[in-house]
Ligand binder design. Structure first.
Ligand SMILES: Cc1cc2nc3c(=O)[nH]c(=O)nc-3n(C[C@H](O)[C@H](O)[C@H](O)COP(=O)(O)OP(=O)(O)OC[C@H]3O[C@@H](n4cnc5c(N)ncnc54)[C@H](O)[C@@H]3O)c2cc1C
Length: 511
């Protein structure tokens, strides 16, 4: 359905009401302000960030999000976007040398080095019988490291012929890797591997339904030094973008939970809040959960087969049980790992209704800001079922008991790996899918939107709903794979669409 041009209807200083002060809402707000709109963000919580957040417990900071920030290489198009919204300028970035370690009780670890020239010989030595596959995988990751996928393109429906002609030749080298790896899921890739330890590694690195292309892309980012860690973690990132938004003249209302998007004659005209108050706006952008936006705030009135198909056929990232542990010791001898270690357990652990045979643990020994001197935060995360934890959370007593049982079991397993650790534990905090859902409202407590699968990784999802004018959506649910880049890219594209419809030239000066 074509959308009408609003240049007559929307004034130069049109008001834009944005739902959610996660990274996507904040970025949308920044670009809206840069382009002469008056943006007002409404956030149900007391601080910005959404999933890009952290919390303090007994002097320790439990960082819930950032492992790596894609786009940290100066000169890349994503770096340019981070500069525009003021996220990257003041960061201390650390390039870690290892992405992840797979640990086995009875054999040497497999180390996923950031540098592909170290990774190749290591994997070949580990699994010589898989030499052909390993060489192909590393060669394609290197090829992708040389070519950056442009992050600053406008949405396809308004992309000019010139931009298309400029972009297409740049993408040609990527066609081979795309064809080879995006026809495989991680489970199918793992099934092709002969070496049992390498097969386990591929089974554990990502969800089984994820496209194998995501692995190649990730390896390419680390090799290209395009995925650094920002010292200080997640919250300073969100605060920096909120600061940029305010400096551009935007407003944020906290503790403002939107219950309904107001619509008149198929045009969004404002918001109703949980306390009954209403605000009018010329444009509404939802940067909150897509399911809640479409089926609750808009009561499912603007849905077609495509939109229904997202929720019927795209798998979301699974919800997590996420543990923060504060320990009174340092780990100078342990490697500094982007995504932590994955440890094969000799005794499985129960996490609710899920049996865990391998423990994801992450020693944050490279960020001194997260713990008092001489102490360290460890985080552990487990993909689990959503329904079990949602129902359990309704029975407060059983819910707390189950969280305690998980905490005890995990500390015991870590104590076997690091003898004496149990005695040094000063803080344990367990967040469950019920926590994530309560905190961010995300559908089925997904922590990153849609899993990137072979079916969805290359599609561009539309940012509007059929039949509804003056309404847009941004955020992780609009770009399979999610993450912070999805927030800035979709937020920018939404404002590009607004400018296009209003006949304005899009502007995005760096701060
Ligand atoms: C454990 C973990 C690790 C991760 N690691 C990384 C990583 O290393 N790198 C990376 O790039 N990404 C990572 N991510 C993903 C990243 O955090 C998210 O994809 C991203 O922050 C999503 O941003 P968003 O703005 O689209 O959505 P959200 O962060 O979900 O923001 C939505 C906002 O809307 C608000 N909201 C919802 N409903 C309403 C309502 N009715 N009224 C008002 N406000 C509302 C919410 O409170 C929230 O603030 C990780 C996430 C987790 C949980």
């Amino acid at each position: 359905m074509s959308r009408t041009i609003h240049s007559a209807a929307r004034k130069a200083n049109s008001t834009v009401a944005i739902i959610g002060a996660g990274i996507a809402g904040l970025c949308t707000g920044c670009y809206a302000q840069m382009n002469g709109y008056q943006a007002h963000i409404y956030e149900m919580h007391t601080k910005p960030g959404g999933l890009c957040t952290a919390w303090n417990r007994k002097g320790y900071t439990i960082d819930a999000c950032i492992h790596w920030l894609t786009g940290t290489r100066p000169g890349s198009s994503l770096y340019k976007l981070w500069r525009e919204i003021g996220l990257i300028q003041d960061l201390d970035l650390v390039d870690l040398h290892e992405f992840m370690r797979m640990e086995f009780p009875d054999a040497a670890p497999i180390i996923f080095y950031a540098d592909l020239d170290r990774l190749l010989p290591h994997l070949l030595e580990t699994a010589p019988e898989d030499g052909k596959l390993i060489r192909r995988l590393v060669a394609d990751a290197k090829r992708m490291a040389r070519v950056e996928l442009p992050s600053d393109l406008p949405p396809q429906d308004i992309m000019g012929v010139g931009t298309r002609l400029q972009t297409m030749p740049r993408m040609l080298p990527l066609l081979g890797p795309l064809r080879r790896w995006n026809t495989l899921t991680m489970a199918q890739l793992a099934a092709r591997v002969h070496n049992p330890r390498l097969r386990t590694a591929f089974q554990e690195l990502m969800m089984p339904e994820a496209s194998a292309l995501t692995l190649i892309m990730m390896l390419s980012w680390f090799h290209a030094r395009q995925a650094g860690y920002p010292l200080g973690g997640s919250l300073p990132l969100a605060e920096a973008v909120a600061g940029r938004f305010m400096a551009l003249g935007g407003h944020i209302d906290y503790q403002a939970r939107v219950s309904e998007i107001l619509v008149e004659r198929d045009r969004a005209i404002g918001l109703r809040f949980a306390n009954g108050a209403q605000e009018r706006a010329d444009v509404v952008v939802s940067a909150a959960d897509a399911h809640a936006t479409i089926f609750d705030m808009l009561k499912g009135r603007y849905v077609d087969d495509t939109v229904r198909g997202w929720f019927e056929s795209f798998p979301p990232f699974p919800p997590l049980v996420f543990m923060g542990i504060g320990v009174n010791r340092t780990f100078p001898e342990e490697p500094r790992l982007v995504s932590g270690s994955n440890l094969g357990l000799t005794q499985p652990i129960r996490v609710g209704d899920t049996t865990i045979h391998r423990l994801n643990y992450h020693i944050h020994n490279y960020d001194p800001t997260l713990a008092p001197a001489g102490k360290t935060v460890i985080t552990c995360s487990f993909p689990v079922g959503y329904e079990y934890w949602r129902e359990l959370s309704l029975d407060r007593e059983r819910y707390e008991q189950e969280k305690q049982a998980v905490a005890d079991a995990v500390v015991k397993a870590l104590d076997r790996r690091f003898p004496g650790l149990a005695e040094q534990v000063e803080m344990v905090d367990v967040a469950t899918p019920a926590t994530w859902e309560r905190y961010t409202g995300n559908w089925h407590a997904s922590f990153e939107g849609w899993l990137p699968t072979p079916a969805n990784i290359t599609i561009e999802m539309r940012k509007t709903l059929p039949g509804l004018e003056s309404f847009y959506m941004a955020g992780q649910w609009l770009a399979p794979g999610g993450g912070l880049p999805a927030g800035v890219m979709t937020g920018r594209q939404v404002v590009q669409l607004m400018c296009h419809e209003d006949g304005r030239r899009f502007r995005a000066p760096a701060s």
